[in-house]
Design a protein around this ligand. Structure first.
Ligand SMILES: [Zn+2]
Length: 420
């Protein structure tokens, strides 16, 4: 495998500075942009992507027009970002005129399907306005002079994503709509790299028959983005995680990316997962129908040993008793150097932006470690983290870590079966 791709989702404009920061820029592969953000902030998003000059993809978020309209409504109408998107996608008659959700029957006519696929994918492709003639000659000139690395050439997404909808199981009419959309996308964009999104319930993973049907239907596509609704790695039972790994292994000839994902997903790179696309230090999972709220997030800090985010007050009380265990990444190391390793002072100086940079550095370190080491060694290391949490956190601090025990038991089973 070797190369596991970390994409970060951009939402608020504030994340721009973190992602552009020279000390962070090399810690991740690329960015994921929600189509609603792209539609609403077209100018800044395309400017940002050009300046960043790293791979990106656009999540078309077509499912938003399928689920309950609450999802995209504001007090007096549809959120501006989604009404802009409805216009871009050519579904304004339904979404804004009739004020209703999309239904599978909307995709009965081949002509409507083709139009929808075209508009949703062209939107991704043309997010960055095409280079004009004069700009093109600047590129060529720069290339002759050997400056090609300094001028951004990123113009198109790394891959295009076919429009997708959530399906409950393979008998759900939406499942067939997705297959139809995939076929049209491959036909219309045969020159491009076309990926699809499998957006469903994690229970599907437990049904062998369902898995076989899906693996068979998606055999002819290069890339798949997986989104199991509410798949919080910290709360999953062992059986679900093992089924998830079995599923990944069946798809392993493809480029498989998790729509969100945390540490367990990085571990899953050993079984065929090729990337994740969470928010920076947030949204490692998401419910498909969850209402998008712009609420204030409390300051959170990633605890490297427990592989989880906690509110700052909980991190503070833990490190006050364990100052020697404060993180030593470049960001945290810099603060402790200035704040004479007093945890109180440390958290006073830790801005939300620094906390997110710490998250990026931790993820990059986890990724590097997991790609370089064999599974047996990674398992031993995870055991070390679990023991650390048992000894130092158990019952005293409000930091979750029991998930480590579940993950460990999943990995140990796999290591044992490989030895046999
Ligand atoms: Zn750190």
């Amino acid at each position: 495998m070797g190369d596991f791709k970390l994409y970060y989702r951009i939402g608020m404009a504030a994340e721009k500075n973190i992602l552009l920061d020279e000390s962070i820029k090399d810690t991740y592969h690329g960015v994921a942009v929600g189509a609603n953000v792209a539609a609403y902030g077209k100018t800044w998003v395309s400017q940002f992507l050009k300046t960043l000059s790293k791979p990106f993809f656009v999540d078309p978020q077509t499912h938003a027009f399928q689920t309950s309209r609450d999802f995209i409504l504001k007090n007096d109408g549809m959120k501006k970002s989604y009404s802009t998107l409805a216009l871009e996608y050519g579904i304004e008659r339904i979404a804004l005129g009739d004020k209703r959700e999309l239904v599978p029957e909307d995709f009965d006519a081949q002509e409507d399907v083709m139009k929808f696929v075209k508009s949703t994918m062209e939107f991704q492709r043309k997010l960055i306005p095409p280079v004009t003639g004069s700009q093109k000659s600047i590129f060529e000139y720069a290339e002759i002079l050997g400056y090609d690395e300094e001028i951004s050439k990123v113009e198109e997404p790394e891959f295009l994503i076919a429009p997708y909808f959530y399906f409950r199981n393979t008998e759900d009419p939406w499942y067939n709509v997705n297959l139809h959309l995939m076929d049209c996308a491959k036909e219309l964009f045969s020159e491009s790299e076309v990926y699809v999104v499998i957006c469903t319930e994690k229970d599907v993973l437990l049904e062998k028959k369902e898995i076989d049907i899906i693996v068979d239907h998606y055999s002819d596509i290069n890339g798949i983005i997986l989104w199991f609704s509410d798949f919080n790695e910290l709360n999953q039972e062992k059986e679900i995680l093992k089924s998830y790994i079995r599923f990944l292994r069946k798809l392993s000839s493809k480029d498989i990316i998790a729509m969100y994902g945390g540490h367990f997903s990085i571990l899953s790179s050993k079984f065929g997962l090729n990337g994740i696309s969470p928010g920076i230090g947030m949204s490692e999972y998401k419910n498909v129908t969850h209402r998008v709220t712009g609420g204030v997030f409390s300051n959170r800090y990633y605890i490297p040993q427990a592989k989880t985010m906690v509110v700052e007050a909980d991190a503070r009380s833990f490190y006050l008793d364990h100052p020697a265990d404060l993180c030593k990444c470049n960001v945290c190391g810099e603060i402790t150097k200035n704040a004479s390793s007093d945890p109180n002072e440390f958290f006073t100086q830790l801005t939300p932006e620094l906390a997110k940079k710490h998250y990026c550095l931790c993820k990059a370190a986890e990724n590097r470690y997991i790609q370089e080491r064999p599974l047996s060694e990674i398992t031993e290391n995870l055991k070390g983290d679990f023991n650390f949490c048992e000894e130092n956190i158990d019952g005293i601090y409000n930091i979750k870590y029991r998930h480590l025990e579940v993950w460990l038991s999943v990995l140990e089973d796999i290591v044992a079966s490989q030895v046999k």
